[in-house]
Design a protein around this ligand. Structure first.
Ligand SMILES: [Zn+2]
Length: 137
C-alpha cells in the first residue's frame, strides 16, 4: 500500500514499467533514470498523485525559460530522503540532484505555496481514505 493512499480515479496509469507522466520533462514522461531503492522513494502511483500538485513549469505554460536540468521527481525524492533520513544536506547520495539544486526547489515550493498545497491535499486524501471528513472540524 502506498504511503499516500490515493483514490484509484486520480492515479494516472503508467504507460509501462518505469514510464510515468511528468510535466517538467520535455516529452511529458519522466526522464529520471534513478534506480529507486530508498524507502523514501515515491512509487509511480505516488508520483502520479504528487506531480499535478507542483506548479506548471514556466516553459510549459508559455512564459519562457527552458526545462529544468533535473526531473522534479528526483528533486521530490531527494526532499523525501532528507526528511526520512535526517537533514544532512552534504550527505545526499550522488544519485540525487545536487543538494544546492534540491534546496533551491524546496525553497521555491515553500515560497510559492506548493509545499503547503501538497501537504493539504495529501492530508485530505489520507483522511478521506480513512473514512473521516476531509478536514478536522
Ligand atoms: Zn520530470
Amino acid at each position: 500500500m502506498p504511503f499516500y493512499p490515493a483514490p484509484v480515479r486520480d492515479v494516472q496509469p503508467a504507460a509501462g514499467p518505469g514510464v510515468v507522466a511528468c510535466r517538467c520533462c520535455p516529452v511529458g514522461v519522466s526522464r529520471s533514470r534513478r534506480a529507486r531503492g530508498y524507502p523514501s522513494d515515491m512509487s509511480e502511483a505516488e508520483w502520479a498523485v504528487c506531480e499535478p500538485l507542483l506548479p506548471t513549469p514556466a516553459w510549459r505554460a508559455g512564459r519562457g525559460g527552458r526545462p529544468a536540468s533535473w526531473c522534479m521527481r528526483d528533486v521530490a525524492d531527494a526532499i523525501r530522503y532528507l526528511t526520512h533520513s535526517g537533514p544532512v544536506w552534504r550527505a545526499l547520495p550522488a544519485d540525487f540532484p545536487p543538494a544546492g539544486t534540491v534546496y533551491w526547489w524546496l525553497d521555491r515550493w515553500q515560497a510559492d505555496g506548493s509545499a503547503e498545497r501538497m501537504h493539504g491535499d495529501l492530508r485530505e486524501r489520507i483522511r478521506l481514505a480513512a473514512g473521516r471528513t476531509s478536514a478536522p472540524r
